[in-house]
Design a protein around this ligand. Structure first.
Ligand SMILES: [Mn+2]
Length: 264
């Protein structure tokens, strides 16, 4: 059982290291493991962190809480891991790392029930320090949702800034919410709502090549095997939460080689 003191300390120590990180990270790590949505799946978090010694970095793509059975445990243990090894544990922001989403999908209630309504402010202050995206080894774009409509390169997208307790910038909202779609070339509307889009192969190809990048690695959608390739390898989806009836996995990246790592 996590005490309020432990909860508060985990958040404060993570904030201290996250403050030193930019909104857009440039990572050089020979061997990396990328983890997708966790949504309160503590077993997947443990399975990933248990492999930390095998990697130069584990990059978490966001959506740590809401919906699953062990949200608080995932949240606290991930923050402890971040504070304990800030270089090797990278924690990006997902579309569920907002006050607004947590009110709708459960984490607000989890925190309020355990520690009282006043405690959620700590969570919100942590969200405001989470970086938005990363480029790994100058080749891979790592972000929760994908590319936005409008900017056609990283350069056009810059500068990206950290957000508040909710997402504020249209481009950042799209980067954390958009989905790939094999059936379109450029952009199309999304079932997720206004201001959110699906991106196609040509849009992805253009953005990557204009940015000097090779591949997009994102999360955000449950896929049967936990890892799914799109657009002939231009993009990958990684999903790591077992509570969606899928086989949770992570994606290992070493140079150009990519390998599915099961987390069951
Ligand atoms: Mn998501």
């Amino acid at each position: 059982m996590i005490s309020f003191r432990e909860f508060k300390e985990a958040i404060e120590s993570a904030i201290e290291v996250l403050r030193k990180e930019d909104a857009f990270l440039r990572l050089d790590r020979r061997r990396a493991l990328v983890v997708g949505d966790l949504h309160g799946d503590h077993s997947s978090l443990e399975a990933a962190l248990g492999r930390l010694d095998d990697y130069d970095a584990i990059v978490f793509l966001g959506d740590y809480v809401d919906r699953g059975p062990e949200q608080l445990e995932v949240f606290v243990d991930l923050l402890r891991a971040k504070a304990g090894d800030p270089e090797r544990v990278v924690t990006l922001r997902g579309n569920h790392e907002t006050t607004q989403m947590n009110h709708h999908y459960g984490f607000y209630e989890v925190v309020a029930r355990r520690f009282g309504h006043g405690a959620f402010g700590l969570v919100a202050s942590l969200y405001a320090e989470l970086p938005i995206a990363a480029v790994l080894n100058g080749s891979y774009l790592l972000v929760h949702g994908g590319i936005p409509m409008g900017p056609t390169s990283l350069e056009e997208l810059m500068p990206i800034r950290k957000q508040g307790e909710d997402l504020e910038d249209d481009d950042v909202i799209q980067m954390l919410w958009n989905d790939p779609d094999e059936s379109i070339e450029w952009f199309g509307p999304s079932w997720r709502g206004p201001g959110i889009y699906r991106y196609g192969r040509s849009a992805t190809q253009r953005f990557l090549s204009n940015s000097g990048l090779r591949c997009l690695v994102r999360a955000h959608e449950p896929v049967e095997e936990g890892v799914m390739e799109h657009f002939g390898g231009l993009a990958y989806t990684v999903f790591s939460c077992r509570h969606y009836g899928i086989s949770p996995a992570a994606l290992e990246i070493e140079g150009e080689a990519k390998r599915r790592v099961g987390l069951l």
